[in-house]
Ligand binder design. Structure first.
Ligand code: B1M
Length: 234
């Protein structure tokens, strides 16, 4: 790091400069600085969701592009991911603080072979903030783990995440297994992850594809409303 960078005082930057600097700090895996920046923006009355999307997710987008282009490698990306998680840890209680009544339950997990968990952790945070009770079963989940969690937690919704083109087909393996076991229709199945799209969601038999965490919340609420209407009608 140059002397010039050493001298940067985050609290003296205006909002735009600070967000830019946080993108740089996230890129460089500077956890303490990302935490400091997150706290400064909150102190300036930024809504937690705005800090999350503009400062943290925005920074991770740049990391993703340079990872794709071979400019960054796994160790650097891991450091960036850890910095992002530290910022998310500050936002988590704030996003969950809305006091919304419980409107449904969800199990969410990343599929077998896949260890990306930032996206699904973010979905978990947002869903909890919207009043859902969420059991996050982490990464690398085979069919058995999903089914066990469904049996134990009895959710309304199953959420699955995949970030790799090689692991996304496993979502169909899970859904097919649920069909075989006669439990598919007991749950609303929502899927998400960067390489997916709506067409893929339909093709594997999911109820919905969620582009991001905000869409996941909206879709989950919509499906819960439909479920309640159906129950009231029948
Ligand atoms: Co990985 N990685 N990675 N990686 N990594 C990607 C996914 C990649 C696109 C990078 C690239 O090349 N540009 C690429 C996949 C290419 C492909 O498949 N076509 C890739 C690769 C290749 C790999 C490895 C194979 C690299 C290697 O080892 N050579 C390896 C695989 C390991 C494995 O899983 N078996 C690997 C490893 C890693 C790290 C461990 C270093 C790290 C993960 C750390 C962690 O998660 N704890 C990592 C990271 C950080 C990334 C990128 C840079 C960022 C992912 C992320 O966290 N995004 C990623 C590049 C990218 O995605 N552009 C990349 C931020 C997050 C908020 O967004 O996860 O998309 P996202 O989640 C969003 C939505 O997708 C949606 O909502 C979320 C919030 O808005 N969503 C859901 C996600 N899940 C949902 C579930 C739902 C609903 C919505 O259910 C209802």
């Amino acid at each position: 790091m140059s002397d010039e960078e050493d001298d940067i005082v985050l609290s003296e930057l205006d909002d735009e400069e600070l967000v830019q600097q946080m993108h740089d700090d996230l890129y460089d895996g500077l956890k303490d600085e990302v935490v400091e920046g997150t706290n400064i923006l909150l102190g300036r009355d930024w809504a937690p969701y705005r800090v999350l999307t503009e400062a943290l997710v925005g920074g991770m987008k740049i990391v993703g592009e340079d990872f794709r282009d071979g400019i960054l490698f796994v160790p650097e990306v891991l450091l960036a991911a850890n910095s992002m998680k530290s910022g998310m840890a500050i936002l988590k209680p704030l996003l969950a603080e809305t006091g919304a009544p419980t409107i449904g339950k969800m199990v969410i997990g990343t599929v077998k072979g896949d260890i990306h968990d930032i996206g699904q952790n973010l979905v978990t945070m947002m869903m909890e903030g919207a009043g859902f009770e969420v059991l996050n079963i982490g990464i690398n989940n085979p069919v058995e783990s999903y089914v066990e969690a469904l049996n134990e937690f009895q959710p309304d919704i199953l959420g699955m995440s995949a970030l790799l083109t090689t692991t996304m087909p496993y979502m169909k393996v899970v859904i097919d297994a649920m069909v075989e076991q006669g439990i598919r229709d007991d749950y609303i199945i929502l899927v998400g992850g960067a390489p997916l799209n709506e067409e893929f969601g339909k093709a594997i038999g999911a109820d919905g594809y969620c582009r991001d965490a905000a869409v996941a919340v909206d879709m989950a609420k919509e499906f819960m409303a439909r479920k309640h209407n159906q129950m009231a009608a029948g």
